[in-house]
Design a protein around this ligand. Structure first.
Ligand SMILES: NC(=O)C1=CN([C@@H]2O[C@H](COP(=O)(O)OP(=O)(O)OC[C@H]3O[C@@H](n4cnc5c(N)ncnc54)[C@H](OP(=O)(O)O)[C@@H]3O)[C@@H](O)[C@H]2O)C=CC1
Ligand SMILES: O=C1CO[C@H](CO)[C@@H](O)[C@@H]1O
Length: 313
């Protein structure tokens, strides 16, 4: 195989157009080979070698090794499985599906076809997450007792898949999956119980809080929403210290604050290029080169927690 992975994109989604296609262009081991859209006529001309008017035609093209799936959440499972069965490696947008059962099914198909499958949690490729992991590993926080994480924004586009129940809309799937994933990164295990409340509009959750409790008593407090002033933040609170993180899911430069009895330590984080890093690492893994890949067991665990939250509403 060449040292550059040919990518195909299923659906000319906003995230594909605004973030992932430019990120593939910036990655030195990847290129956009083709895009499939139900509205092929509206795709820009001449920006990549091939365009297709149906997703199956892209999957049938042997020139493509990796497929990016930014379809509505309710369509992820079907197209992930079809792409894996067509012999493609797959990067699928978050959440990977609607339930843990769907995630396990996709994991099995990936193993059966010996293909890579990864859920696109781009924030894991930021410098913030590197610094957060270093602080946790240093023991400076002591025993972690509480995690507080929120991701909310004001959704001002009425005609969006995010507000359509049949397409897997709702704040929990759209943004709540990030705090859940963040708590999973810190704890590395499943909670033992969950309580949750939400406000709904047009059949989807638009304002949701969940409490997760772990086997050692640790409590995580998760919030997500579409209908209030936007912010994302996290606090990890231990017996010896507290780490305050502004914008854990974004990649601009900033400062984390580590509070201890000795005072407040400022921890600088550098600007990252999370989408490019995600594409570059996934492409490296396809090329059998060193890479940082999000394990599918973590993905399944994330979906199990989303199941617990939905069941608690
Ligand atoms: N990682 C990140 O930063 C982000 C991730 N996301 C994730 O990406 C996915 C897509 O989100 P987003 O880009 O906002 O969505 P869009 O609505 O912009 O894109 C979804 C695409 O899916 C295709 N599609 C196929 N069937 C349907 C259907 N029945 N209704 C609507 N679209 C359909 C369309 O492509 P076409 O018409 O060309 O075939 C459409 O452009 C979601 O899973 C979301 O969670 C979203 C934003 C940011
Ligand atoms: O994944 C995502 C990144 O953040 C956006 C909000 O700012 C979400 O809507 C989107 O789905």
């Amino acid at each position: 195989m060449s040292e550059v992975v040919n990518w195909g994109i299923l659906g000319y989604a906003r995230i594909a157009k605004n973030s992932i296609i430019p990120a593939i262009d910036r990655a030195d081991n990847a290129r956009v080979y083709g895009v499939a859209s139900r509205n092929k006529a509206e795709l820009p001309a001449g920006e990549w070698p091939q365009s297709y008017d149906d997703y199956a035609a892209l999957l049938a093209d042997d020139a493509i090794q990796a497929v990016y799936i930014p379809l509505p959440n309710s369509l992820h499972k079907e197209w992930v499985i079809r792409a894996l069965e067509a012999g493609k490696h797959v990067l699928c947008e978050k959440p990977i599906g609607l339930t843990a059962a769907e995630a396990r099914e996709m994991q099995k198909v990936a193993a059966r076809h010996d293909r890579l499958l990864m859920e696109a949690f781009m924030y894991q490729y930021t410098d913030r997450v590197r610094v957060i992991k270093e602080v946790i590993d240093s023991g400076d926080l002591g025993a972690i007792r509480h995690i507080n994480v929120s991701f909310r924004f004001l959704l001002d586009r009425p005609n969006t898949i995010k507000m359509q129940p049949a397409l897997g809309g709702g704040a929990l799937y759209d943004v709540g999956c990030y705090p859940v994933n963040f708590v999973g990164l810190v704890t590395g295990r499943l909670p033992v119980q969950c309580k949750a409340l939400c406000e709904t509009q047009d059949g989807v959750d638009t304002n949701l809080s969940a409490l997760l409790q772990y086997d050692d008593g640790l409590i995580a407090n998760i919030h997500c929403g579409f209908n209030a002033f936007g912010r994302n933040y996290a606090e990890i609170i231990g017996t010896k210290g507290m780490l305050c993180i502004d914008k854990p899911f974004l990649d601009d430069a900033g400062t984390l604050y580590l509070h201890t009895p000795e005072g407040i330590r400022e921890l600088p984080v550098s600007e990252s290029d999370r989408y490019q890093a995600e594409i570059r690492h996934f492409s490296s893994a396809i090329l059998n080169q060193p890479s940082k890949i999000i394990p599918l067991d973590e993905t399944v665990r994330n979906m199990q927690v989303l199941d617990m939250i939905r069941a608690a509403l």
